[in-house]
Design a protein. Structure first.
Length: 451
């Protein structure tokens, strides 16, 4: 058995030599040449921090500190390239694995990718059916993507490819485990399967999804997500949507919202604003924009809505209706309601609430209100309050001010009628005068005039 022990010792020594060999062989002399060639191809400055080779566990090359672009549009902490050594002698080079660690991708880099991947003019291109280099798997660890106002990550990704370089399947998982996405080719398309728990959407308001599942089909130019199911803020959202990006961005879809509590959701959608109640709605939406940043301004939306058992903060409709001569009561306060319903239409940033109806105890109100892109309010609310002074008279209130400081003021005809009634009959005449003034105001208004 002595020969076996000696053989094991020899093998052990060889392994130690192979493991230590990279520390004595420097590849840094090749860095300037590699930087020059890659920079010429990408037409962007490329910097490499270090380059070394290792033989264990398989022969591979490690590239450290890669930066592309004058402002560091793309950064990579480390890349490990593991080739099939025998394939290096043949026409098709096979890379067993490409491991990318600490990738940081910015919007500038994404915008430049089409130019970077464009074939060089004047040079013969290899046949697509016979690629010169085949990568069998790509692995991303600790990756970050920064696109304008959207940040996603850190996440890990795995991509397996077929012998012709086409994707076999791919997966993306955030490092906190809250989001998982799987993509698999199907005929000429890609099947998408996304699931998330306790996850916040990276774009726009930080809406928290208790659960989210998305299933659909994507191509290189669009995605049809025909199954969207979410649980959030005590309610549910179901529906479908499609996104296209061949020329700009196109978005359309429809959802059904059921019993979503607004108390914690409204401050996310409109910072500084408060409202409570359970929302049910059926929005239908579409948008067409040149860039992602223009999508919200291009959004068109139509939906009926119903909010139950809530509070509208910042305005007290009942006080505004019962205090006709006090401007101090025109703003502030809060309106409790059993039901608030109506129809919302949104286009080019303007929101129009029509067929509004509010019901709660002694208060009943209806009307129309608009919110401009500058958050300016306009419209008319007809409030009917069961109170001693008004004896259930309907009081028209003009809506003005801004979303931050809303104002509800009686119309001029209502104030005039109330003043006359008060002067003739005392407090009991206020409601009668308000009703007469409201009738007179509507009588002498133009039929198509919106107040």
């Amino acid at each position: 058995m002595k020969w076996l022990k000696r053989f094991a010792i020899v093998i052990g020594v060889l392994l130690v030599i192979l493991a230590a060999l990279p520390f004595f062989i420097s590849l840094d002399d090749y860095i300037p040449q590699i930087e020059k060639e890659v920079s010429a191809k990408l037409k962007e400055p490329v910097k490499i921090g270090g380059l070394r080779a290792s033989m264990l566990p398989l022969p591979h090359v490690v590239i450290d500190g890669i930066t592309v672009g004058k402002t560091g549009d793309l950064k990579v902490g480390k890349v490990i390239v593991t080739p099939n050594l025998l394939s290096l002698l043949g026409p098709v080079k096979v890379i067993r694995s490409l491991e990318i660690d600490s990738l940081v991708l910015t919007q500038k880099a994404v915008d430049k990718i089409p130019a970077w991947s464009k074939p060089e003019s004047g040079k013969p291109q290899p046949s697509q059916s016979q690629p010169q280099v085949v990568v069998q798997s790509i692995r991303l660890d600790n990756a970050l993507v920064h696109l304008d106002k959207i940040s996603f990550g850190p996440f890990d990704a795995r991509l397996r490819l077929n012998s012709d370089g086409t994707p076999e399947d791919a997966s993306v998982t955030t490092q906190d485990g809250k989001l998982k996405a799987f993509i698999k080719p199907y005929k000429s398309n890609y099947l998408i399967d996304v699931s998330a728990k306790s996850w916040k959407f990276p774009a726009g308001p930080a809406i928290l999804f208790d659960e989210l599942t998305i299933k659909g089909v994507a191509t290189l130019s669009d995605a049809n997500l025909n199954q969207v199911n979410a649980k959030l803020y005590g309610g549910t959202v179901t529906g479908k949507t499609s996104v296209g990006w061949r020329k700009g961005l196109q978005l359309k879809g429809n959802f059904e919202v059921r019993q979503v509590e607004l108390k914690n959701l409204v401050p996310l959608l409109a910072p500084g604003k408060r409202m409570s109640g359970k929302l049910s709605a059926k929005p239908v939406f579409s948008a067409n924009a040149a860039a992602a940043g223009q999508l919200m301004n291009a959004l068109r939306l139509e939906t009926p809505f119903n909010v139950q058992n809530g509070v509208l903060y910042g305005v007290d409709i009942e006080k505004s209706a019962t205090s006709l001569f006090s401007r101090d009561k025109a703003g502030g306060g809060e309106t409790h309601f059993d039901v608030l319903s109506g129809h919302l239409g949104m286009e080019r940033g303007t929101q129009r609430f029509t067929d509004l109806k509010i019901a709660s105890g002694s208060l009943a109100a209806n009307g129309n209100v608009s919110i401009s892109p500058k958050k300016e309010l306009s419209g008319r609310i007809n409030a009917e309050v069961s109170a001693a002074k008004l004896a259930s008279a309907s009081v028209p209130l003009n809506v003005s001010g801004t979303l931050d400081s809303p104002l509800l003021l009686p119309t001029g005809a209502t104030l005039g009628g109330a003043a006359v009634g008060t002067a003739i009959l005392g407090p009991l005449g206020t409601s009668a005068g308000a009703a007469v003034g409201s009738w007179a105001g509507s009588l002498f208004s133009k039929p198509d005039q919106k107040k």
